[in-house]
Every structure is written in structure tokens, then in C-alpha cells.
Ligand binder design. Sequence first.
Ligand code: URP
Ligand code: ZN
Ligand code: ZN
Length: 463
Amino acid sequence: MRFDTVIRNGTVVTATDTYAGDIGITNGTITAMAQSLPAEAAGKSIDAAGMLVMPGGIDVHTHLDMPFGGTTSADDFQSGTIAAAYGGTTTLIDFAIQQKGQSLRQAFDTWMKKADQKAAIDYAFHCIITDLGDAQMEEMGALVGEGVSSFKLFMAYPGLLMVDDATIFRAMSQAAKYGGLICMHAENGGAIDVIVRRALGEGKRAPKYHALTRPTTAEAEATGRAIALAEMAGAPVYIVHLSCNDALERVREARDRGLPAYAETCPQYLFLSLEQMDAPGFEGAKYVFTPPLREKWHQEKLWQGLAHDTLQVVSTDHCPFCYKEQKELGKDDFTKIPNGGPGIEHRLSLLYTGGVHGGRFSPNRFVQLVATAPAKLFGLFPRKGTLAVGSDADVVVFDPNQEQTISAATHHMRVDYSMFEGIRVKGVPQSVLSRGKTIVEGGRFVGKAGSGEFLRRQPYSGI
Ligand code: URP
Ligand code: ZN
Ligand code: ZN
């Protein structure tokens, strides 16, 4: 058999196995995995001696080219997917937002246009539902059939994105019927709104009040409510960007009862804390996102949650706004700071550093968290999320010992600061392949904008 590419001499790491082996790739697909493949059988050879060879990362929570707070997130589908590729992510799932009064299809079409000819890695969409009439209820089934098999609902941002419990329950019932998965932004938006108004009335306008007006109890209450509504609807539920121990406890209780409740966290909640909000001047605005940063002790609880499978996924919630001109929109009022932070590029390196080098879990668990569980939960497995004969050749050749200091001066995201500035990581992608084509090599992007394909995902079928 002849291969377009063979990756040789590496240590193959999947969610379940670790072994020395070669990988043969033909027409973008893995066609052989063996202890050794013949040298003469390959068009191109990649020597992975000393490297880990892992499935490409899947980031199931990004916001590229997203209008928010009177501006638009700074990375579009070109710059954002290139930055993702540098970091070893080869698939992302972004959010198509339904404006009030729109059909779900209009939202999907709008985001398909945003990604077309721009994405450098493969992509899919969740649909954010803000307005659920009878017509949109029917559309949920149609969208699942077209590969948009998950929907995000907001329990926060009243007047903008928030939906009430009846809407959540209806959406969950419909998701259960059609094989959809509801992704939930779980914060009690009504209570938070009251606390925010109170703070503004007391003249508290600095960025740190964004965090101080969104208590962990508001997240825990909404998490518990989302799970209860899902249980009543007979539906699975996936809690997005879980930030604190209180909410983690709600997920743990549900899972202990055998409910299909899942949750993700993000590197910002594992590496950063409330102290960041005390940065000088207006700089706390760099860390204004929701849920907000928490007291430092929550971090270790989240790491434990990842190790013990209370949390199944690490995503980024990449939603970048430049400090100059965009974050500054809220210079005099924290409620006007666009919510979101940049992170698409460093998810793998950060998680490998804190998780594997930090002695908290194995390289296999790392692969499970960044690739395999996301693929399974969101209907991409086994095409994506593992290294197996028949899977897409989305591969990361990863040096577990290379060190790097994260900085806005060297990152590739189109944003003028890094949330992780100065953090030293150990574990960096060397080469990245997307469907068999090398897209990152020798620290350079060598792929092509527009070569990413839309992925029609399967309905939810568990993990
Ligand atoms: O602050 C955040 N997280 N911005 C993005 C929107 C969301 O809620 O995920
Ligand atoms: Zn959210
Ligand atoms: Zn988000």
C-alpha cells in the first residue's frame, strides 16, 4: 500500500492507548496504523521521534466574527482558525445566533457565510435560540437533520439573549425528540441584573464589579435548574463554561444519580482568578467575561472535576475583544465592556502543562478532554476525535517537553493582549495536519484559508 504521508517513530496517544507506532495517511484519511510502516511506501515522511502523536483538538465553544455589546469579536473565521491551528486545534464548533424574530435557518445561513472561504480548519455550528415559536420548534428537528445537532440557551443576559424556563423546557423536550443536545449558559440573569443595578447605583463602575456582581450561587442555582428542567424533559444537558465549585457540585450530584448531565470548563477558570480583576487602571477589563473569574481555590476543584470526569470537556469560549477600542467601550461603566476573552490558541498547551505535567491526569485523559469527548458528545466521532483507521487524518505532533512563554507579542490571535501573558507552558504542537494536509510546520502556518470544511454532525448519542 502506498501512502501520501507517514508519521513515523512517534508515541501514539489516544484516549485509551499509548504505544510506539507509525500512521499512514491516504486521501486525508488514516489508512494504516502499525508498529512500523515501510519507508519507501510514503510520499512524505514526518519524523515524530520523541514526540506524542495525538488526534487534533476539537474546540466546541468559540465565537468568531460575533456581534456583541455594540462591537464584533476581533477574530473572524480566517484569523481565528489559523490561531486555533497553531495551537493544535483542527476542528471547532462555533455558535450561530438567532436574532429575535428570525428563523433558526437564517442564523445558520448567516454563520455559514461568515465561515465560507475563510476557515482554515473544519468547523460546525451550534445554534443559539433566543426566540422559540412553533415554527422554530419544528426547525430544531430540521437543523439536527442538517448536522446542527446542538443548541445553546441563555439563562443570563435579560432582554438580550435570556430565555425563560418555559422556553428552556420546550427546547429541551424538542431536543430529546430529535436527538439534539442543549448547551446551557447557566447563570441566574434576573438576580444578577438586580445586583448589577444596585452596584451601579452605588457608583461601582470599575471592571472588577463585573465579577463581584455575578456570584457563584447564581451560577450554581441556574446549573441545578437547568439539570432539573432537563430531567423533566427527558433530555441530556451540557453546561458550558462552568467556572466554580458550587456549580460543579450540582453537576456531580446529577451524574451520581445517573443523569446525562455534562459540563465543560475553560483554561481561564483553571489558570486565572479574581485577583486578575485588581490589575491597574482599567486593565481588569481584559478579564471581563461571563461567568467571571472566581476566587483561586475554585481552580483546584475544577482540576479535580476534570480528573474524575465530573467535567468532560475543556473548550475555550474564545470571544476576543481588543483592549484598545473594544474593551474601552466600557471605560466608565463595566456593564458596557464587551464580554469575552481570547484563548483559542493555547488550550492544548495550557491543559497539558497544568494537567499532565501538573501530575493531575494522564496524557490519555488529556486527549479525552480536548478531542475525544468533544467528538463523541457533539456527533463527530469516530470521524474526528481519535486516531484510528478510517478517521480523518487530523493529527497533532506534540513535543511534551518544549517550553514556551505565552505572550500577545508572539500569539496569532487578532487581539492586542493575552489573558495568559507571561505564563510558561510545557508542551507545544510541532506539526499539525488537517485531513492529511500539513497546516502547521516548524512554527509556521502552511495551510490555506478556506480549506476548512463544514461538518454535518450526527445527533446526540451519549459519550
Ligand atoms: O463572556 C463570554 N463568555 N462571552 C461569550 C458569550 C458567552 O456567554 O459564551
Ligand atoms: Zn455563555
Ligand atoms: Zn461562549
